[in-house]
Design a protein around this ligand. Structure first.
Ligand SMILES: [Zn+2]
Length: 328
């Protein structure tokens, strides 16, 4: 492979609270190789090393050095400053209010320009790619360990002024609810996330609380049915919130909890129709028709690779500075 042949390769890394998934794509965005490693937390050094391991496993499979890649995009939970290449406030990763220069750490270890993006924002770009017919205004509602939304308006990702646009998981929805890691009580995340379901419907290690909960509800278990109704109602309210704040023409549900599939989607649709029945404005919006499930694909890593390729194509100031810094 010539250097020019390798020049079109990008890597997307999706860093989650427990796993890191890396995916290499060619110039057309076609996946070439991927790897999954456990995410190490507890120290920045160990955390960076686990992302480096994922990247090196993929490039090793392709017979390359990471420095031979054109660029690497990284999706990471928390408040990300894509220009400074820093992340902070990522509770699952033990990152506090102090900005961690993750892009610089990874660039030093891998010798490649690094572009950081919030993980849900990156996944939103991946989702938008998979719905090419979607309206220019769409939202991705990620229901995993936590809950957050990514927002695309006019075809552009909206990070917001502070980079926290879409962090709706921390809107309090139940004043009597349990305390949230953010410091408040009864956040959406505390009642309807994957972590919340695991608390509300405890299962054996290695089993999916969401799947077992929905199975029990389908079997007629009254407690399971009431939890499903409550969770679906909160998710429907999150969809209404996105409709009434940014008027998304399509809301895509993704994240671990949505692996439940059709039973979850049907339940959210039902809750949306109940709300529409009482509110003519909502009835006009026909929200239940515009809520779909994300495709079964690693949208986070795909989106991170899109971030990398877009930055490279844009030759933004950030990219130029990073190129100079690595001497590339
Ligand atoms: Zn909270």
């Amino acid at each position: 492979v010539t250097l020019s042949g390798r020049a079109g390769l990008s890597l997307g890394i999706d860093i989650g609270g427990t796993k890191t998934f890396a995916l290499a794509v060619d110039e057309q965005g076609v996946p070439l190789a991927s790897a999954r490693t456990p995410t190490a937390t507890g120290s920045i050094r160990r955390f960076v090393a686990s992302a480096v391991a994922a990247a090196r496993t993929v490039t090793g499979e392709l017979g390359l050095e990471p420095a031979e890649l054109d660029s690497i995009g990284v999706g990471v939970p928390g408040q990300v400053d894509p220009v400074a290449g820093t992340v902070r406030h990522a509770v699952n990763l033990d990152l506090g209010p102090h900005p961690v220069p993750l892009a610089a750490h990874l660039r030093d270890a891998l010798g490649t320009p690094i572009h950081l993006e919030n993980d849900v924002n990156a996944a939103t770009l991946g989702v938008a790619r998979m719905f090419p017919e979607a309206p220019d205004d769409l939202a991705f509602l990620s229901v995993g360990t936590g809950i957050a939304a990514g927002i695309v308006l006019g075809g552009q990702l909206r990070r917001g002024f502070h980079g926290v646009a879409g962090e709706i998981g921390h809107l309090p929805v139940d004043p009597a609810g349990e305390r949230c890691e953010c410091g408040r009580r009864g956040c959406l995340e505390v009642v309807a996330s994957g972590a919340a379901l695991a608390r509300r419907w405890p299962v054996e290690d290695g089993r999916s609380a969401a799947e077992e909960l929905f199975r029990a509800a389908a079997g007629g278990h009254p407690v399971a049915r009431s939890i499903v109704e409550d969770v679906s109602g909160h998710l429907a309210d999150a969809v209404v919130l996105l409709a009434l704040t940014v008027d998304a023409g399509l809301v895509v549900l993704g994240g671990g909890v949505t692996e439940v599939g059709t039973p979850l989607l049907d339940s959210v649709h039902r809750a949306l129709r109940q709300r529409a029945a009482a509110v003519p404005l909502l009835a006009d919006l026909s929200l239940d028709r515009d809520v779909v499930l994300a495709p079964d694909a690693p949208v986070g890593a795909i989106g991170a690779a899109i971030v990398a390729r877009r930055e490279r194509a844009g030759r933004s100031r950030t990219t130029v500075v990073l190129h100079e810094a690595t001497g590339a």
